[in-house]
Design a protein around this ligand. Structure first.
Ligand SMILES: Nc1ncnc2c1ncn2[C@@H]1O[C@H](COP(=O)(O)OP(=O)(O)OP(=O)(O)O)[C@@H](O)[C@H]1O
Ligand SMILES: [Mg+2]
Length: 274
């Protein structure tokens, strides 16, 4: 069963800590969801543009970007660029996005620009036949709690938090939880934490297991059972502009992201049934 026919689900992939696997998760979870028949849009909300590159959209092909969308110059539909996988799209980012904050700092609705853009997209999606509708939007957040991340959290049904299996994994997590609580109490009352995904787990080290245990005792049931292993193919794929599932579909990383997609869909179903 795909999500077509149900309303679009929007997830912010967020953690202000750098290099924890946000972009890798956005790319590969998006690909895995598309592989099981969903239509998925990855919104690149990081001026670094790593999700855009990893999904095969080079800088010269980013004609309409998320900067244009947030600056009110374009609709999200106009930024949607097909990725190499059928059913997967990316709204690419450019460096311009780094300059957005001062430009919008005086606007009273500055945290809602992305939500408004997604709402317009949602409205136009309802006119499409169910099998052509987008099922999921995944927002790749930058490593900061800036206005960009606030826009992502204000626009989302839920946050998905990657946590790297390394020392200091939980550093900054309290701040992230406080930010999510702040957004829930002010900008977006229905925001939840969908789940926490452990990334770059190295089964050869005891540290990885210790961190996993610590994260599970902190977040409890919110931690997905699926753990993403540290895997060389995961790191190599972006330099080929290909999602991992296309680069090496047999790798342990590919299998893990397929499992994560299945677990996510399962949680969605349980939530709907509850
Ligand atoms: N499972 C994995 N196995 C091996 N390498 C990985 C894995 N996941 C991510 N990496 C590598 O770790 C680095 C950081 O990952 P990624 O870019 O996804 O993190 P990020 O949280 O988006 O970073 P930033 O905060 O800079 O946006 C990248 O070089 C990526 O290729
Ligand atoms: Mg990133």
């Amino acid at each position: 069963m795909t999500n077509s026919g149900r309303d679009l689900r929007v997830f912010a992939i967020a953690n202000q800590k750098g290099g924890v696997g946000k972009t890798t998760t956005a790319i590969n979870l998006g690909t895995a969801l598309a592989a099981v028949g969903e239509r998925v849009l990855v919104i690149d909300l990081d001026p670094q543009g790593n999700a855009s590159t990893g999904l095969g959209v080079p800088e010269e092909a980013r004609h309409v970007s998320t900067y244009d969308v947030l600056a009110g110059a374009a609709a999200l539909e106009q930024a949607m660029t097909p990725a190499a996988v059928p059913g997967l799209y990316v709204a690419p980012s450019t460096r311009d996005l780094a300059g957005l904050e001062p430009e919008i700092s005086a606007a009273p609705n500055r945290a809602y620009f992305l939500r408004d853009a997604i709402n317009s997209l949602r409205a136009s999606e309802r006119d499409r036949p169910p099998h052509e509708r987008l099922g999921y939007v995944l927002i790749d957040c930058p490593p900061s709690l800036s206005i960009l991340t606030l826009n992502a959290l204000a626009a989302s049904d839920a946050a998905l938090v990657p946590v790297q299996c390394e020392f200091f994994a939980l550093e900054g997590i309290t701040q992230l939880k406080e930010t999510i609580d702040f957004v829930r109490s002010s900008l977006n009352p229905s925001l939840e934490i969908h789940g926490v995904v452990l990334t770059m787990h190295d089964s050869r080290t005891r540290l990885s297991d210790e961190v996993a245990t610590e994260v599970r005792s902190f977040f409890g049931q919110k931690v997905y059972e699926t753990v993403i292993p540290r895997n060389v193919s995961v790191a190599e794929a972006p330099s080929h502009g290909k999602p991992l599932l296309l680069y090496n579909h047999k790798s342990a990383g590919s299998r893990a992201y397929m499992e994560l997609a299945a677990e996510m869909i399962d949680r969605e179903r349980t939530a709907v049934a509850a």
